[in-house]
Design a protein around this ligand. Structure first.
Ligand SMILES: Nc1ncnc2c1ncn2[C@@H]1O[C@H](COP(=O)(O)OP(=O)(O)OP(=O)(O)O)[C@@H](O)[C@H]1O
Ligand SMILES: [Mg+2]
Length: 224
C-alpha cells in the first residue's frame, strides 16, 4: 500500500511539488506523465525514499519511512523499493551478474541470491552476457540489467524513471513488455515515469503532473 498525502517539496525558495495526494494498493501499475520540470523525478525520488518531502506524508505498508533513522531507512529502502534510473547507473568495473547482485551486498545476503540473479538475467534475456561489463552492452541490454538489479531483493514497489528514455522505439517497446511481464510475475506495484504517451494506456493508473500539482487524479480512492 502506498499513500501520499498533501506532499510538497521545496528546493530553497523553489516550490517543485504542491499538495500531492494519491493512494494505490496492491499489484497495480501507475504511469506518471507531465512536462519537463513538472516534478516527476522529484515525486519518484520521494516515493523511493531517496528524498524527503518538505511537507505532507508518505506511507508505505502503513509505515512512514521518513520517521525511520538513517540506517533503518537504508535497510527499508533496500528491502521494499526497486529503482530503475533513466541512465541505468550500472557500475562499469563490475560484470553484469555482479551488478545485479549489488543490492544484496549491503545487508546479510539471502543464500539463494546468486540463483535469483541468474533467474532474473534469464528472464530479461541476458543469460549469454552475465560476465560482460556494462561498457560491452547495448543501451537496451544495460537497461535490462538495471531492471534485473532493481528486482533482485523482490521489492514490493518498482520505480522506473524514464526507463526507455534513451532507447529507440522498438527497443522501448521491448523494455516496456519486459517491465509488464515481470510486474505480473513479481506481483509488485509498478510505477513508471515516461514521456512516451504510447505507453500510457497500458497502465491501470495515470498521474498527470502539471507545475508540481496533480490537477486531475484518476485512482482507486476515487473509484475511477
Ligand atoms: N536538487 C535540486 N535542487 C534544486 N532544484 C531542483 C532539484 N531537483 C529538481 N529541481 C527542480 O525541480 C523541478 C522539477 O524537477 P524534476 O527533475 O522533478 O522534473 P521532471 O518532471 O522529472 O523533468 P524531466 O521530464 O525533464 O525529467 C525543476 O525545475 C528542477 O530544476
Ligand atoms: Mg525527470
Amino acid at each position: 500500500m502506498l499513500k501520499v498525502s498533501n506532499v510538497s517539496k521545496n528546493f530553497g525558495a523553489v516550490e517543485v511539488l504542491r499538495d500531492i495526494s494519491f493512494s494505490f494498493a496492491g499489484e497495480t501499475s501507475v504511469v506518471i506523465t507531465g512536462p519537463s520540470g513538472s516534478g516527476k523525478s522529484t515525486l519518484l525520488h520521494i516515493i523511493g525514499t531517496l528524498e524527503s518531502p518538505s511537507g505532507g506524508q508518505v506511507e508505505i505498508n502503513n509505515t512512514d519511512p521518513f520517521t525511520l533513522s538513517e540506517p533503518e531507512l537504508a535497510r527499508y529502502r533496500n528491502a521494499v523499493i526497486g529503482f530503475v534510473f533513466q541512465d541505468h547507473h550500472l557500475l562499469p568495473q563490475y560484470s553484469v551478474l555482479e551488478n545485479v547482485l549489488v543490492p544484496t551486498f549491503a545487508f546479510e545476503q539471502k543464500p539463494d541470491a546468486t540463483q535469483r540473479a541468474h533467474e532474473l538475467l534469464k528472464r530479461v534475456g541476458l543469460t549469454h552476457r552475465t560476465s560482460h561489463r556494462p561498457g560491452e552492452l547495448s543501451g537496451g541490454e544495460r537497461q535490462r540489467v538495471a531492471i534485473a538489479r532493481a528486482l533482485i531483493n523482490q521489492p514490493r514497489i518498482l520505480l522506473c524513471d524514464e526507463p526507455t528514455g534513451n532507447l529507440d522505439t522498438a527497443t522501448s517497446e521491448t523494455i516496456a513488455d519486459l517491465l509488464f511481464e515481470l510486474h505480473r510475475v513479481e506481483q509488485n506495484m509498478l510505477i513508471v515515469v515516461t514521456h512516451n504517451l504510447a505507453l500510457v494506456s497500458r497502465f491501470q493508473q495515470h498521474l498527470q503532473l502539471l507545475d508540481g500539482t496533480l490537477p486531475k487524479v484518476r485512482n482507486e480512492m476515487e473509484g475511477g
